[in-house]
Design a protein around this ligand. Structure first.
Ligand code: CP
Length: 306
């Protein structure tokens, strides 16, 4: 049974096909309105979410399917000690596909290994978030019309930011990419991501603590929130949380064709005054996420039926 736990579970040609499907959904939504008639998506969220859960659910409704939703671990039998493996077996009796978020790294893989239906990882701890990456890829594609020859700056919490890890893994498979990793020293990109994606493929990157210095060279700036929920101590979070605040003054340092992305939610790292800058793409990213999740649900259900 095909599941998507990591963005690397999808080949580059599959990513291209998902983008093509999403573009077709955007152009011809009525053609997709009954594609999942009679099918059920279970959203199992053991950790808070606004965008990911609701966009999965909106995606399934727009495909003509139905949704079974678990929004909170406390209201499920996980609170009585039921394992992820047993939960996956149980939900397989009710639904056709699962989207699952969990605070523990590897939990989605455990669910996939025990479910008899496809499982989509909707974020597992600080590990990865492949469907956010699908939203990010469609946004870059729609705004830049290419995935090659781009300098991508990733700024903020590169240590705990699972969206950053997944995006680097995805973009590292395209030609002529370059990364600028902008973070406080304590929140640098983990070594394993550098080793497996950047060094292994000889992809040029540099690390800096200065957003201002990096701004002029960027095609894409990907801002991230400092992940409060992953910190062991509040004092460190308070010290680091406002390390970077993108405001209109800093935007003057960026190129006219820069695009600014953020997986959201934001806290302080992008001033609301930046929202009206035409280079701000983070709300487009939200909508793109729904279309890519529609494309992925369709693909996995078609594969499961064949
Ligand atoms: N980007 C993202 O994962 O947002 P949520 O936590 O609201 O789902």
């Amino acid at each position: 049974m095909r599941s998507v736990i990591d963005i690397l579970d999808l080949s580059v040609s599959e990513l291209d096909a998902l983008i093509a499907t999403a573009e077709d959904i955007i152009a011809h939504p009525a053609d997709y309105a009954e594609k999942c008639h009679g099918k059920k998506l279970a959203t199992l969220f053991f950790e808070p979410s606004t965008r990911t859960r609701m966009s999965f659910e909106a995606a399934m409704y727009e495909l003509g399917g139905n949704v079974l939703s678990m929004t909170d671990a406390a209201s499920s039998s996980a609170s009585k000690g039921e394992s992820v493996a047993d939960t996956a077996k149980v939900i397989s009796c009710y639904a056709d596909i699962i989207a699952m978020r969990h605070p523990k790294e590897g939990a989605a893989l455990v669910a996939a290994n025990n479910a008899s239906i496809p499982v989509i990882n909707a974020g597992d701890g600080g590990h990865c978030h492949p469907t956010q990456t699908l939203a990010d890829l469609l946004t870059i594609w729609r705004e830049k019309k290419r995935f090659s020859g781009l300098t991508v700056g990733l700024c903020g919490d590169l240590k705990f930011g699972r969206t950053v890890h997944s995006l680097i893994n995805a973009l590292s498979r395209y030609e002529d990419m370059r990364f600028v990793l902008i973070s406080p020293t304590e929140l640098k990109l983990p070594s394993y991501v550098k080793e497996e994606s950047l060094k292994a493929k000889n992809i040029p990157y540099r690390q800096t603590t200065s957003l201002e210095e990096a701004m002029p060279e960027l095609d894409v700036l990907y801002m991230t929130r400092v992940q409060k929920e992953r910190f062991f101590n509040e004092e460190d979070y308070l010290r680091l949380k406002d390390s970077y605040i993108l405001d209109p003054a800093k935007m003057t340092l960026g190129r006219d064709d820069l695009i600014v992305m953020h997986p959201l939610p934001r806290v302080n790292e992008i001033s609301v005054a930046v929202d009206k800058d035409p280079r701000a793409c983070y709300f487009k990213q939200v909508l793109n996420g729904k279309y890519m999740r529609m494309a992925l649900i369709l693909k996995l259900l078609e594969e499961a039926a064949s």
